[in-house]
Design a protein around this ligand. Structure first.
Ligand code: HEM
Ligand code: HEM
Length: 187
């Protein structure tokens, strides 16, 4: 089923969750790799690809937020203690905020250094550089992008640990519910 229900994640929410997870983690590795390249023409080429994929992720994240509010959210497992519900809510909100922080700081950063950057939404629609070349804010957004992208990875590691802990000790089947859409037996 496309839409979420009170007990299960629909196909669109699951595709967006796992698709974006793969893209975001791959973007982190790609960002580190391209930064380590010597300053040559092909480095700017890779920056352009990184920014194009990043802007496409931004649009998919907006679709994900729209879909999240336009659909019911599957209920948490019955009898979850209040602290776990609060931690899960804050953790998920934190993931959304820090991913948007990484995306927006990246967009401001693009083309704000020594070279203008050509990049495209989904590889076709040209996207403007938000700041001019040699912007005085380049250093700020470089730091902000580094901090937020490392923050995303740190929070994702906590998120994975929490999911695995839930499944191993509480046997709620939450990972299966996010992969297959099968309702958790504990809801
Ligand atoms: C969740 C999405 C993203 C992740 C995980 C990510 C990750 C990274 C990482 C790890 C670096 C290397 C940082 C360093 O070691 O200093 C980097 C650099 C960079 N990113 Fe992203 N990025 C994302 C989105 C974006 C977006 C949307 C744009 C632009 C539209 C962008 C533009 C850049 C640029 C221009 C650099 C080079 C920075 C420099 O010259 O110092 N990134 N990114
Ligand atoms: C970049 C990587 C990831 C991000 C940004 C992310 C983000 C999120 C967010 C925001 C939610 C809340 C539901 C929603 O609003 O869509 C969620 C749910 C979930 N995530 Fe992730 N996630 C990532 C990777 C993973 C990985 C690798 C696992 C595997 C262990 C995982 C397991 C889960 C599970 C099981 C749920 C559902 C919890 C429930 O059914 O209530 N996530 N994720």
């Amino acid at each position: 089923m496309l839409r979420n229900t009170e007990t299960s994640w629909g196909s669109l929410a699951r595709i967006l969750h796992w698709g974006l997870a793969i893209f975001i983690v791959a973007m982190f590795a790609y960002g580190l790799w391209m930064k380590s390249l010597p300053v040559r023409e092909d480095r700017v080429y890779h920056y352009g690809i990184h920014a194009s994929v990043g802007i496409s992720i931004l649009v998919m994240m907006l679709l994900r937020v729209f879909w999240r509010v336009a659909n019911p959210t599957p209920l948490p497992p019955r009898n979850s203690p209040a602290w776990e519900l609060t931690a899960a809510r804050l953790g998920h909100l934190g993931l959304y905020l820090i991913v948007f922080g990484a995306l927006l700081s990246g967009w401001f950063l693009a083309g704000s250094g020594k070279a203008y950057l050509d990049f495209y939404l989904f590889g076709v629609v040209p996207v403007p550089n938000l700041l001019g070349v040699n912007s005085p804010y380049h250093g700020f957004f470089e730091e902000a992008h580094e901090l937020t992208t490392y923050g995303v990875i740190a929070l994702v590691l906590v998120h994975i640990a929490a999911s695995v802990w839930h499944d191993k000790f509480h046997k709620h089947g939450l990972i299966a519910r996010m992969i297959t859409g099968k309702p958790s037996a504990s809801v």
